[in-house]
Every structure is written in C-alpha cells, then in structure tokens.
Design a protein around this ligand. Sequence first.
Ligand SMILES: CC(C)(COP(=O)(O)OP(=O)(O)OC[C@H]1O[C@@H](n2cnc3c(N)ncnc32)[C@H](O)[C@@H]1OP(=O)(O)O)[C@@H](O)C(=O)NCCC(=O)NCCS
Length: 182
Amino acid sequence: MPELVAPTPAVQVSYLKAIDEFQAEGRGHDDDHTMLGDEIRTNRDTWQAPEAFAAYTARLRADTLEETPRRQGWVPCTTLWYVDGDEYLGRIAIRHRLTEWLLEYGGHIGYDMRPSARRRGHATAMLRAALPATKRLGIDPALITCDSDNVASRRVIEANGGRFADERGGKLRFWVTTDTAT
Ligand SMILES: CC(C)(COP(=O)(O)OP(=O)(O)OC[C@H]1O[C@@H](n2cnc3c(N)ncnc32)[C@H](O)[C@@H]1OP(=O)(O)O)[C@@H](O)C(=O)NCCC(=O)NCCS
C-alpha cells in the first residue's frame, strides 16, 4: 500500500523513470516554471549518479528546516514522496507559510503524480495522507490552488473537502481543513 515518506535514495531507479515520463510530456523545458521543471533542469545532468541523487534527497529533506539557506523570497518546504515499496509514484510539497505570491497563486500545497500512475485515485489519497503532516506544521486551513482548466487537480482538492474561495489570474483557490479529526 502506498505511503508518504521523506525523499529517499532508496527509490532512485523508479524516480528517474518517473522523471523520464514527466519529460516525455514536456516537463523540464525552459518554459516549465513549476518546481518540478526547475528541479529537472537543475539536476538532470547529475542525478544518475547515486551520490548525486542522495545529495539531492538530502537537500529536499533539509528544506524543511527554517535555518537551511534558500533563495530569497522562498519559504521552508516539506516535500514528501508517495511510494509503493521501491516504486516512486508522486510527490507533495507543503510550503510552511504563504508569501504574497503563494497567497495569490501558489498556495501552501503542490503535488504531481507520475504519468503512469495517474487516474487510480493516488493523488486524492496522497493529499489526504498529507493533511496530518500539514496540520503538524501549524497550517489549518491550507490554501491549495489549481489552474482553472485542471479538472483532475480540482477534483483532488474537492474530494479532500476543498472550499472554493475565488479565481485569481487563471488559478482557482480553495481552502482545505487539515484537522482530519473534525
Ligand atoms: C492532477 C494530478 C495530480 C491528478 O493525479 P491522479 O492520481 O490522476 O488523480 P486521481 O486519480 O486521484 O483523480 C482525481 C479525479 O480527477 C479525475 N481525473 C484524473 N485525471 C483526469 C483527466 N486527465 N481529466 C479529467 N479528469 C481526470 C479522476 O477521474 C478523479 O475524479 P473522481 O474523483 O471524480 O473519480 C495529475 O494529473 C498530475 O500530476 N498532473 C500534472 C501536475 C498537476 O497538474 N499537478 C497539480 C497542480 S495544482
């Protein structure tokens, strides 16, 4: 059964296959301004090497810490990978607080599911599984946004109780209660 784990070198082989799938659908090109696009461009020439991949996962884990140096304007972020055994399925990123830009467009939480694992309910389950960790970070409710035409992501948010707030600049904004006990 899939579970959320901190980024780990244990799934390197599967992770790199997932990246091939993302690149095959155009992710990582110069016009891909998402976190994933940025990571592909930064790491694709090195992360085949086990030690480089291990360092990449260590950087992701360190990004949860306030004191870790990061780009100006960026906030600490907890990344969790959704894995089934040694198979990488997807990932979810929880930004610890909202900047002006995140409040308008990016939200607290972003996620993606590898293409070969889509349409099996994984993203819905992954977001649900990440809500307790989000709550522990002191975030409640969480802001989650998606492009206006992203039907799948909208359904993932709504299946997790997302309350529609408004649409800003082509993004739908939803608030999701992270206290799953209520
Ligand atoms: C959005 C995304 C995470 C959904 O992942 P997923 O694992 O396929 O989602 P689920 O299987 O949980 O499906 C959620 C719902 O969306 C529907 N759905 C999934 N893909 C769909 C598609 N391409 N078109 C229409 N509906 C779709 C499912 O049928 C399901 O609907 P239901 O709850 O009514 O049955 C995945 O498509 C993805 O990674 N896309 C690229 C990155 C992205 O858009 N991230 C979100 C940024 S806000």
